[in-house]
Design a protein around this ligand. Structure first.
Ligand code: PLP
Length: 318
């Protein structure tokens, strides 16, 4: 990542959310994943609204997840891992399966009973073993941890891990470089790995840029936790069409980072998510999944002034 001229040599507070220097971890991640993740483009609304998107739906495996997963799995392999296990509603699992195949190790992915077929196919076509377990993120995380202990495999957390967070943060550095005039960035939030990583990267490099997390009204755990100042779990109720954003609570590692570095969490309705997904198709000519379009829904409601919406995934079931 090459920062634009006015940011070069910018010194900042690097004592962010984890370890000695989270910004340094993100820079290290940029180097570690450069041959695996691609630099996705920024695309401007051709109808002239001024809204720009950071197109992570065009990332390898169809989502940003490959950034954090690659950073974590490359480190695991350097430490001797031969088998990785994870729990995922789809995109993180697909990313782990893809990287494991590239690095020549085994992958086992625990998915929910109702996982989207396109995402399961993405995992099995990379040679991963897929096991279904329950419908909540807590149930599949518990099973993945159990199995890792039983088999002596390495567990790859979907979001609550400093190397996964640092990997997701690489999208933030890239965005600043590609859109140096940006004033506000909208980012989807599930367990919070993407939002916390990008917020760390953005706030420690350009603290004047506003960082907004976006959640579905039907999965408002981060919104409620942010309001209350402590982790709140939500369970039950109708599931959102944004299947990647159904975590029942923010992570214990991601939440303090989000509290410190995120300016606002916005909620969007199911109707707004559907409309944004359709708008991406008809106006932007881009195939995106509902989880990836929540940021677009928020940006369209708020107005486009120097805004970039991070579109996080394109694995749409059609
Ligand atoms: C497309 C998409 N966007 C966003 C997210 C949320 O990511 P995180 O759990 O890091 O908040 C996910 C998680 O699976 C996803 O698949």
């Amino acid at each position: 990542v090459r920062l634009p001229g006015r940011l070069r040599g910018f010194t900042c507070d690097t004592t962010g959310g984890f370890g000695m220097s989270s910004l340094k971890e993100i820079w290290n991640a940029c180097k570690r994943i450069e041959s695996i993740a691609i630099r996705t483009p920024i695309i401007e609304d051709p109808s002239g609204s001024g809204l720009r998107i950071k197109a992570e739906h065009l990332q390898r495996t169809g989502s940003f997840k490959v950034r954090g997963a690659a950073n974590r799995v490359v480190i695991a392999v350097e430490q001797g891992a031969k088998h990785v296990i994870t729990a995922s509603s789809g995109n993180h699992g697909k990313a782990v399966a893809f990287i494991a195949q590239r690095l020549g190790i085994k992958a086992t992915i625990i998915v929910p009973e109702d996982a989207r077929a396109i995402k399961v196919l993405g995992m099995t076509s990379c040679g991963a073993t897929v096991e279904r377990c329950g419908t909540t993120s807590d149930a599949r995380l518990a099973r993945a941890l159990d199995l890792s202990h039983q088999l002596g495999a390495t567990f790859v957390p979907p979001y609550d891990d400093q190397f996964v967070i640092a990997g997701q943060g690489t999208a933030g550095l890239e965005l600043l470089e590609q859109a140096p005039d940006v004033e506000v960035v909208y980012i989807p939030v599930g367990g919070g790995g993407l939002l916390s990583g990008m917020a760390l990267a953005i706030k420690q490099t350009c603290p004047w840029v506003k960082v907004v997390g976006v959640e579905p009204e039907l999965g408002n755990d981060t919104y409620l936790s942010y309001q209350k100042g402590e982790i709140v779990a939500v369970a039950g109720g109708a599931p959102s069409i944004a299947d990647g954003l159904r975590a029942v609570q923010p992570g214990s590692m991601t939440f303090p980072i989000m509290r410190r570095h995120v300016d606002e969490i916005m909620l969007v309705s199911e109707a707004e998510i559907e409309a944004a997904t359709r708008w991406m198709l008809t106006t932007m000519k881009q195939v995106v999944e509902p989880s990836g379009a929540v940021s677009v829904a928020a940006a369209r409601r708020a107005g486009p002034a120097r805004a970039v919406a991070l579109v996080s995934g394109g694995n749409l079931e059609v």
